[in-house]
Design a protein around this ligand. Structure first.
Ligand code: G3H
Ligand code: 13P
Ligand code: ZN
Length: 318
């Protein structure tokens, strides 16, 4: 059942975080739904601008509609990840998305406010909620690369002013994480002091943590042993998800980790079966492995076991 993102946040706030997982194909969708049912977790399925143009946006939307029928027990929201203004408005108009992200964080504060406000006005007119971003995460997002020196953590006073000026429903904050597989060179991690300071000024307001993949080191080792070369990659300690959730982080974005599972499964499969050329056998292994991975993340997030409570909340909201 597709529900408003805000309904999931209301149930999660201060207790657990909802996993927000990107999909690009049907195998990811099947693994995601299966993993969330197995762990009894509500979730957010998200489609990036790049994912929308990978084949045809209608293909991924149709996969989600089909998954909703195949897994009637599932409780989830559909979200546009890292939209620009045109894409966010298009998704609002489509009526399919529970929420959209407008990411104008690379613009000046005033420009970011102006762009975000236009999207919020259009989205709210159709009952759709909006995630905006303030601050600058490091790493690569589709066509934008941010170097370590240009990363800037979200300023709590600016966050308050931004939310007041735009009316956005949730805020992606730069709190020390970054996109991709190479997040940290040393022992860095989430800046909890910054999350706390933002929560103090924005109590009961849903915060979003991007760049949350944990880049499991056993996964990295297996990929490298099977012919890959992603030495030096490092992610967020998943034990930090729940402490962040207790400080108001309601949505934790995980994409890179899914790509790592895909890479490990396919590298190992074709290394071990050099005569194989059918795509379905490794696809089946991937779906099963991805489902296991998703269930394990939901356990770290605290969303595992929350499905029935979240459903009751959603039903009570009508
Ligand atoms: O934050 C970015 C997400 O990982 C989506 O990546 O734009 O390559 O689909 P993508
Ligand atoms: P990762 O690259 O850490 O998976 O972050 C994904 C993300 O933030 C999607 O918006
Ligand atoms: Zn992101």
């Amino acid at each position: 059942m597709i529900v408003p993102t805000s309904t999931l946040f209301e149930h999660a706030y201060g207790k657990y975080a909802v996993g927000a997982y990107n999909i690009n194909n049907l195998e990811q969708a099947m693994g995601l739904f299966r993993g969330c049912i197995d762990s009894q977790a509500p979730f957010i399925i998200q489609i990036s601008k790049g994912a929308r143009s990978y084949t045809d946006k209608r293909m991924l939307e149709a996969i989600i509609r089909a998954a909703d029928v195949i897994f009637p027990e599932a409780l989830f929201a559909v979200h546009l990840d890292h939209g620009d203004e045109a894409t966010a408005l298009e998704c609002v108009e489509s009526g399919f998305y529970s929420s959209v992200m407008i990411d104008a964080s690379h613009h000046s504060f005033d420009e970011n406010v102006a762009i975000t406000k236009r999207v919020v006005d259009a989205a709210h007119a159709r009952g759709i909620s909006v995630e905006a971003e303030l601050g600058m995460l490091g790493g690569v997002e589709e066509d934008i690369q941010v170097d370590e020196k240009n990363v800037c953590l979200t300023d709590p006073d600016e966050a308050l002013a931004f939310v007041k000026a735009t009316g956005c429903d949730s805020l992606a904050c730069a709190i020390g994480t970054s996109h991709g597989a190479f997040k940290f060179s040393g022992q860095q991690g989430i800046h909890f002091d910054r999350v706390k300071a933002i929560q103090e000024l924005l109590p009961n307001y849903p915060l979003v943590m991007h760049g949350s993949s944990s880049v499991p080191q056993d996964e990295v080792a297996r990929i490298n042993e099977a012919g890959g070369d992603i030495r030096g990659s490092k992610g967020v300690d998943p034990e930090q998800y729940l402490p962040a959730a207790l400080l108001g982080v309601c949505k934790v974005n995980i994409d890179t980790d899914g790509r790592l599972v895909w890479t490990r499964v396919h590298r190992e499969f074709f290394r071990d079966k050099p005569g194989e050329f059918d795509l379905r056998p490794p696809g089946k292994v991937f779906m099963a492995e991805y489902a296991k991975f998703i269930a394990s993340r939901n356990t770290y997030l605290g969303s595992a076991g929350q499905l029935e409570g979240a459903r009751a909340h959603a039903v009570s909201k009508g």
